[in-house]
Ligand binder design. Structure first.
Ligand SMILES: Cc1cc2nc3c(=O)[nH]c(=O)nc-3n(C[C@H](O)[C@H](O)[C@H](O)COP(=O)(O)O)c2cc1C
Length: 160
């Protein structure tokens, strides 16, 4: 079973987190995962994926324009019925990263995806809307990113 991680990243922070999430997804047996910058995607892999994790830097309390552009132009992709989840990176804790996540989740619902936060009930990291990585808070955060990836992969395995 496949999971795609799609992200945009200008200065590498979101890319770094995407790779950590990829490591977490790999902890679940039977899952093949690919983290892809929106600049260089593998359409066949995405179409074959049962889960897609979208990652964006927070731009003015919203998703990046690159992510919005990709979503707006994604009508040829088979997204219906797949599990969708989101993560964002941001410089500050009150910088609007949750709003960026909501903006993505809104679009995933319109696409007919099943939307999953990563499961707040499991405790830390308490991913209410998805995973948020604040650049100034680095201690223990890398493992939280991996745990998020693992949880999404487990849910994909359970559902499909
Ligand atoms: C145009 C622009 C707008 C940004 N707006 C915000 C913001 O509203 N809140 C915030 O916390 N950080 C903001 N940032 C910082 C980025 O979200 C943050 O540095 C992010 O981790 C960069 O990701 P990247 O290295 O993958 O490009 C902004 C950065 C840019 C370039």
């Amino acid at each position: 079973m496949k999971i795609s991680i799609l992200y945009s990243s200008k200065t590498g922070k979101t890319e770094r987190v995407a790779k950590l999430i990829e490591e977490g997804v790999k902890r679940v047996q039977g899952i093949e995962v690919k983290a892809m910058n929106l600049n260089e995607i593998d359409k066949e892999f995405i179409d074959d994926s049962k889960g897609i994790i979208f990652g964006t830097p927070t731009y003015y309390a919203n998703m990046s324009w690159e992510m919005k552009k990709w979503i707006d132009e994604s009508s040829s992709f088979n997204l219906e019925g797949k599990l969708g989840a989101a993560f964002s990176t941001a410089n500050s804790i009150a910088g609007g990263s949750d709003i960026a996540l909501l903006a993505i989740l809104n679009h995933l619902m319109v696409k007919g995806m099943l939307v999953y936060s990563g499961g707040v009930a499991f405790g830390k990291p308490k991913t209410h809307l998805g995973y948020v990585h604040i650049n100034e808070i680095v201690e223990n955060e890398d493992e939280n990113a991996r745990i998020f990836g693992e949880r999404i992969a487990k849910k994909v395995s359970q559902i499909f």
